[in-house]
Design a protein around this ligand. Structure first.
Ligand code: CTP
Length: 424
């Protein structure tokens, strides 16, 4: 039986832990709980003890408790330590290695992987001090889930700061318990290094970040049964979303119609048309990084038929009047308070790849453009491999022929490094 040590911090989201303990119990995962002093102002140790069916540990210097189980044993007995809700103060003390209460002492003593679920007011979450602390924890291989955007407990407050939902927590905990067995209990991820083609230990560079990705084609209706579309399998965009998730980010994937499965652990919004894609992207903001890998149809039919257009004997083929679709990348890259820190576009070209991509980077206001040759000779469409050039303000990088998931990993690690430079 897998064992989770749940450290409950002092926030209003602490009440969700009762449900979390139950859901984990249903999956055969044993939960022991530690509560901070502040947590006990939100839920009682009695309630937590009742649902977890175990004595709740609350005090570092509780002689009775120490004799019975001891904080070192609590730390050692867990396969995974989960901190939920992780308040700004608890994150700060973890980052500094404090050990002046039971929660922090256990966190310092444990060798098990640690997952934190931050929950706090949006202003506290976006404060540089909190970003710094989360980056420090991520560098120490602490896993981070959330926080999500939405309404806060305080009336009229909204933004990024809500604790991840219980279902999301359960899914991540199950993944980590599985991964823990494979990785020998350490929270490192093996990601191959494109430069050296050697596996490299990589911490969760994008922990605490929100990455927004578009993927796949859009379908623009001609009538209820026909549509205009671009060729796109969605493989590259989906691989990018999966890579961002592996690197610890909260990920929203806005996908057009594709034949491939939703990546695990990623919030997916399914859309059909360019206008729906733009609306879903706008609704998902704010984001730290936005990556536009979708092959959006440039035009749509001005007045799609309500009924199927029928052939009539001797009649000429119907003329379709097209109007331009919104350019999603250009709209999001426009300067403004909601512009993501890093905006990355793709350029699918059949000739003069780098020159065309450079012009696109300027015209659309993207920070980086990932350019690829989609001419028939390149065989990129639907394939698993891709050869790209990455254009930044500093110049052009020609990447070798790589698997689409390797392109995704390398791109996201580069994005993570770029953001850390910005905030730490
Ligand atoms: N893009 C977008 N919205 C559109 C068209 C394109 O967000 N309506 C994004 C794509 O996701 C990609 C980038 O813009 O990141 C470039 O897409 P591409 O199809 O190569 O360029 P276009 O703008 O369509 O230019 P053209 O077809 O003339 O080459």
């Amino acid at each position: 039986m897998k064992r989770v040590l749940l450290i409950i911090g002092g926030g209003i989201a602490a009440y969700k832990c009762l449900d979390l303990i139950r859901r984990l119990g249903e999956r055969g995962i044993a939960v022991r709980c530690v509560m901070t002093k502040a947590a006990q102002a939100f839920v009682t140790p009695l309630a937590v003890g009742a649902v977890s069916n175990a004595r709740v540990a609350t005090d570092l210097l509780d002689l009775e408790g120490e004799r019975e189980i001891g904080h070192i044993r609590l730390a050692r007995d867990a396969d995974l330590v989960v901190v939920a809700p992780a308040t700004a103060d608890l994150l700060a003390r973890m980052a500094q290695g404090h050990a002046d209460d039971l929660a922090t002492a256990v966190l310092l003593a444990t060798r098990a992987p640690v997952l934190v679920a931050p929950a706090m007011n949006p202003a506290m979450w976006s404060h540089r001090a909190t970003r710094r602390n989360v980056a420090l924890l991520a560098a120490d291989s602490v896993h981070v889930i959330g926080p999500n955007a939405g309404e806060m407990a305080e009336k009229g407050e909204a933004g990024v700061g809500r604790m991840a939902e219980v279902a999301e927590l359960v899914a991540r905990i199950e993944t980590l318990l599985g991964a823990g067995a494979r990785e020998g209990g350490f929270g490192f991820l093996a990601v191959s290094d494109t430069r050296t083609a050697r596996p490299a230990a990589c911490s969760l560079l994008l922990a605490g970040r929100h990455v927004l990705v578009t993927s796949g084609p859009t379908h623009e209706p001609i009538d209820p049964v026909r549509y205009i579309a671009n060729r796109s399998s969605g493989k590259q965009g989906h691989a990018i979303a999966a890579a961002a998730h592996r690197l610890g980010a909260r990920v929203t994937l806005v996908s057009g119609p594709v034949e491939i499965a939703d990546p695990a652990g990623v919030e997916v919004r399914h859309v059909e048309t360019a206008r729906e894609m733009l609306a879903a992207v706008e609704a998902a903001l704010p984001a730290d990084v936005a990556i536009f890998a979708a092959a959006v149809a440039d035009w749509r039919v001005a007045a799609p038929g309500n009924g199927k257009i029928k052939k009539a004997a001797g009649a000429p083929p119907p003329a379709l009047e097209l109007v331009e679709n919104p350019d999603i990348l250009r709209a999001i890259a426009k300067r403004g308070p909601r512009r993501p820190t890093l905006v990355i576009g793709f350029a699918a070209e059949t000739q003069d790849v780098v020159a065309q991509a450079a012009a696109k980077r300027k015209a659309k206001g993207a920070d980086w453009i990932v350019a690829n040759d989609v001419s028939e000779a390149s065989g990129v469409f639907g394939a698993d491999r891709n050869r790209v050039h990455v254009l930044t303000a500093d110049g052009v990088e020609d990447w070798p022929d790589l698997d689409k998931s390797e392109v995704a990993d390398a791109l996201l690690r580069r994005a993570g490094a770029f953001l850390s430079r910005d905030t730490v």
